[in-house]
Ligand binder design. Structure first.
Ligand SMILES: [Zn+2]
Length: 415
């Protein structure tokens, strides 16, 4: 007999079985499949409260549980369920099955573990086809495992916190259009995924962190939102930091505004070029294709204002690339602000305002080790990828759990 799990060998867990084999069917890949139906009958019953033997268990309904396949044979267990009334302690109870990870599970713990393992490299759809299981069952198996794994994310060692608001979708309830994600910037671990945005979304996280709030040294976030007062109140020893990724993002909003204005005032032909090459203007020039580079040069040489805004952003990037210490960065930013303020382009002066208002936080980047920026950007790309492939699953809880698993998720495969 194939074992249903190691639990079977323990004490009273002796099962009798009967095997019925049904006629083979053909699966979606054209392979013949058989279904074996095995009856599992427990021959002794113990009271879960006191351990006394139950002489007369009452029969309840029969449960169907899918197990690991036996070669090409799918295996289905019929399990006679029981209800107990214990003579020794007088308590009533229902029979539980030790080979299920949760009472309502429709697959054995062994099959569940195999599915979770396979999810490291196979899509839900592939696994569902492989085991001839419903898609939902595979997803739910993974979801249950993720839930156990991320039920208690340890918070005691958290020193550097990253906060991000992520726009998920314009559809659905207001509170669900955004997610607020909290990460440990040293380990990359996701600490919280909350619906909505703003400090209300973070109330639960703040409660969980209460014991450790004095450990937090820095909290890194976007400039365009209003978390700073909340952060200072919640983490009394933390400094608010605006990192490379968020500053460039914020400056790019201004660059984009100038670009759009240039497009509005251009002739039809030029407008098309400006619109088509939005990401060449906003992206890092060193990563552009030859065509992108050419289009960018053309836009910059035609539109003085775009060129100025773009140049200022590039100068900020070069401060990040060259400044080694906080004082060095401070001098560079002061000089940069003076140049931006002297510009005739209102967006450029606005860029200077943004940097001046947030300078302490921006300089925090040099105090708390600049290593964070790559991870913020990388994580944002991963989130965008996940939204693209998994949001359509319509299971918000699963989607949020997948965010917890993102640091360990490979992006080069179907989900
Ligand atoms: Zn009892």
């Amino acid at each position: 007999m194939q074992s249903v799990g190691p639990e079977y060998t323990q004490g009273v867990w002796r099962f009798q079985e009967q095997i019925e084999t049904e006629e083979p069917i053909t699966d979606r890949r054209g392979h013949p499949r058989r279904l074996q139906v095995r009856w599992l009958v427990r021959d002794r019953h113990l009271c879960p409260h006191c351990g006394a033997e139950i002489g007369h268990p009452y029969k309840e309904r029969v449960r169907d549980v899918r197990g690991l396949p036996d070669g090409r044979c799918d295996v289905l267990y019929h399990v006679q369920m029981h209800r107990y009334r214990c003579i020794a302690c007088g308590r009533r109870s229902y029979e539980t099955l030790p080979f299920l990870s949760s009472p309502k599970s429709r697959i054995t713990r062994q099959l569940e573990r195999t599915i979770v393992e396979m999810r490291g490299w196979a899509s839900i759809k592939d696994i569902a086809e492989h085991f001839n299981l419903p898609w939902e069952t595979v997803k739910d198996a993974e979801k249950a495992a993720l839930k156990r794994r991320y039920a208690r994310v340890p918070l005691a060692g958290v020193r550097h916190v990253g906060l991000d608001e992520i726009y998920v979708s314009g559809k659905g309830e207001r509170a669900k259009r955004f997610l607020t994600i909290v990460r440990d910037l040293d380990t990359g671990a996701v600490l919280e995924v909350a619906d909505g945005k703003g400090k209300d979304a973070l109330a639960k996280f703040a409660r969980r962190m209460r014991k450790y709030r004095r450990n937090v040294e820095s909290i890194c976030m976007d400039m365009s939102n209003s978390y700073a007062p909340w952060a200072e109140e919640t983490f009394p020893n933390a400094r608010v930091v605006y990192d490379h990724f968020h500053l460039i993002k914020s400056l790019n909003e201004k660059v984009d505004a100038v670009r759009r204005r240039a497009a509005r005032n251009a002739d039809e032909q030029t407008r098309k070029v400006i619109k088509a090459h939005r990401y060449d203007v906003l992206g890092a020039p060193e990563n552009l294709t030859t065509d992108g580079r050419k289009a960018l040069d053309e836009i910059l040489s035609t539109f003085e204002e775009v060129s100025q805004a773009h140049g200022l952003r590039e100068q900020v990037r070069s401060i990040y690339a060259t400044a080694k210490t906080e004082p060095e960065a401070r001098v560079a930013f002061e000089r940069w602000c003076a140049a931006a303020e002297a510009s005739a382009v209102p967006e450029c002066r606005a860029m200077a305002g943004t940097v001046r208002r947030h300078l302490d936080g921006i300089l925090g980047y040099w105090i708390f080790g600049g290593a964070n920026n790559a991870s913020a950007e990388g994580f944002n790309n991963k989130i965008r990828w996940l939204i693209r492939v998994a949001y359509g699953y319509q299971d918000r809880e699963y989607f949020k759990l997948k965010i917890f698993a993102l640091p360990e998720t490979r992006l080069d495969r179907a989900l």
